[in-house]
Design a protein around this ligand. Structure first.
Ligand SMILES: [Zn+2]
Length: 205
């Protein structure tokens, strides 16, 4: 059965360091007609379930633990009975949003998440957040980057727990190593490609 990528856009807020901003977040759902995984859980369980449809959710995969990406992860977990996966280096960020609930399983660099007969490879890409990860789907020719890489360049590093040199190192070592025609599905805004962003940022430091 064909594996496809579906997208929802949900609206809400992002808060860190005492400031709050309005944001639109992408939710990516990868799977076939039977089962899927959900990448990030921002703002609205119902908006996410509208894209899931009647499929079985096998996992809730977090790109990082900023509140606009994980706020409804525990509520979604209750509705679909699927584990939340997060890189443990984002524990301090998770704890800012969820004080009495945890995720279910730790992600590690190089781990493979299987869904609907295809594989998502976990790439640990610290910088925007210490536990930020990307999910590379080689058979689908795409990578899900969260806030690590956007159309137009690297994610923000102006707030607590972020570091620009670390982010650029992650992008060059892990993302620019992927084929240039790899489609980049981002955490906010439109798609781009690895080749376009590598040409703009430069492959060397
Ligand atoms: Zn973020």
């Amino acid at each position: 059965m064909a594996v496809r990528v579906d997208r929802a856009v949900t609206s809400g807020t992002f808060s860190l360091d005492g400031e709050t901003f309005d944001v639109d977040n992408n939710v990516w759902v990868v799977g076939d007609d039977t089962e899927c995984v959900v990448i990030d859980a921002p703002h609205s369980v119902d908006d996410i379930l509208a894209v899931v449809g009647g499929r079985t959710v096998r996992a809730i995969l977090c790109t990082h633990a900023h509140d606009d990406h994980v706020r409804v992860a525990p509520a979604l977990r209750e509705r679909v009975t699927a584990p939340i996966l997060l890189h443990p280096a984002d524990r301090p960020l998770w704890a800012l949003t969820h004080t009495d609930e945890l995720w279910d399983a730790d992600l590690t660099d190089g781990q493979s998440v299987e869904i609907a007969g295809t594989a998502l490879t976990v790439l640990h890409t610290p910088g925007h957040a210490p536990g930020a990860v990307c999910y590379h789907a080689p058979e689908l020719g795409c990578v899900f980057t969260g806030d690590t890489l956007f159309h137009g360049g690297p994610g923000a590093t102006g707030r607590s727990f972020s570091d620009r040199p670390t982010l650029e190192d992650s992008i060059r070592a892990k993302l620019f190593a992927l084929p240039d025609d790899t489609v980049v599905h981002t955490g906010h805004g439109e798609d781009t490609t690895i080749g376009a962003e590598a040409a703009a940022l430069g492959r060397g430091s």
